[in-house]
Design a protein. Structure first.
Length: 397
């Protein structure tokens, strides 16, 4: 069994991706498709609300369940948009609800009643630009925003989301913060493992771009993540010397990025990525079809998909590491020796840490980036438990 295997049941969540959007024939403006980054429409949408988009897939909602609906939607001030919810039954559709973009802080609520098949369309009016991404449909949970009781949803002014779950457990150091890897099925990774430790934990997940955006975003977005971690430390009465950050692949991006400003006691990094821009550029020749969403990530974070945009994005992480404080931080880093995402990540990490008084325990595994998942997580788990024993006096529960 995998050391960090997921077994705790989380409430379901579904994404209706951009690829399932159809544009109404009455719209004659410009339409640009940017993968997971969204569908961008510019033009005159009319003086009154008119049908503009429809998601071709409908979703079956079981009887007696409650759901929230959240669209990735950005519009000019001169454009107004709204969602229409339809119940499809026996070939006929009836409107069951409406959501408007005028209040981006509120999720739309849908009750399944005796069970229904939900279809969604979008209407717009005005003139300008409208960007539409995925629709997130999540089953409501008691005392939480999604996935699991206690889950908290936070978003910046543009509706960019992340979710977190805090467990105080025995309230003894350390606080283990885990950044979930890219995950097409929304939710948290490794809850079983974190609960089994018996120590306080905070797990985060980034649902953007159909599986994650490395926890990078606007200054407001990143500040909210930093505050969430510091807030959990404060609740427990801990400081940064009681903090462990962990993540695998895209989750390791988050652990490194925020670790540079949080100065944790230890870090656990699996298959770390430092050059997200270069990772995207390698998609064409070195990794065809291996991680196409990397190009969407590059477009979203830098505004382009060319080499200059890639350099700009890579510089963002490199400057963060160069300016970060890692004195006294211990890092366990597992990397793939034939990594086809970011081949130089481990050596470049060592370069950025030179002279910063960090201690690094590295372990290379044969294979490409997507290989060796079990071995990597098993080794990180062993290093983690050793940190807990030797640095915090925590024994196996």
């Amino acid at each position: 069994m995998r050391a960090w295997q997921q077994g705790i049941i989380q409430s379901p969540a579904v994404q209706l991706p951009v690829s399932q959007l159809t544009v109404h024939t009455s719209f004659h403006g410009a339409v640009t498709f940017r993968g997971h980054g969204g569908l961008h429409l510019s033009g005159n949408f009319g003086e009154s609300f008119r049908p503009l988009l429809e998601w071709t897939q409908s979703i079956s909602l079981p009887a007696g369940t409650q759901w929230t609906v959240w669209p990735e939607l950005v519009a000019d001030d001169s454009v107004r948009a709204r969602l229409r919810f339809y119940e499809r039954r026996n070939g006929f559709s009836g409107i069951t609800g409406t959501w408007t973009e005028e209040n981006l802080t509120q999720l739309a609520a849908v009750s399944a009643g005796e069970g229904l098949r939900l279809a969604i369309s979008l209407e717009a009016r005005g003139e300008g630009t409208l960007s539409v991404g995925a629709i997130h449909i999540r089953q409501a949970v008691p005392d939480g925003d999604a996935f699991f009781p206690g889950t908290r949803r936070e978003a910046d002014a543009k509706g960019e989301e992340f979710f977190s779950l805090f467990g105080s457990m025995d309230r003894k150091p350390p606080l283990n913060v885990f950044f979930t890897d890219r995950r097409p099925q929304e939710g948290f990774d490794h809850l079983d493992y974190l609960y089994s430790l018996g120590a306080p934990f905070l797990v985060l997940t980034d649902p953007r771009l159909g599986g994650g955006c490395g926890y990078l975003g606007s200054p407001e977005y990143e500040e909210k993540i930093t505050k969430r971690i510091r807030g959990a430390l404060g609740t427990l009465g801990f400081n940064n010397s009681h903090l462990i950050l962990a993540g695998n692949s895209l989750g390791a991006v988050g652990a490194l990025y925020y670790g540079a400003v949080l100065h944790p006691r230890a870090m656990l990094l699996g298959k770390p990525l430092i050059h997200l821009g270069e990772t995207a550029l390698r998609e064409k020749i070195w990794r065809p079809g291996g991680y196409p969403a990397s190009l969407d990530l590059l477009q979203k974070l830098s505004g382009g998909t060319g080499r200059e945009s890639a350099k700009q994005l890579d510089l963002r992480m490199c400057e963060r590491l160069e300016n970060g404080s890692f004195a006294g931080t211990e890092m366990a880093v597992a990397y793939m020796q034939e990594d086809d995402f970011d081949p130089s990540a481990y050596l470049d990490l060592l370069h950025h840490l030179r002279g910063k008084e960090a201690r690094v325990y590295g372990k290379g595994f044969q294979g490409r980036h997507e290989d060796g998942e079990d071995e990597v997580l098993e080794w990180l788990s062993l290093r983690h438990r050793r940190f807990l024993l030797e640095r915090f006096g925590r024994y196996e529960s």
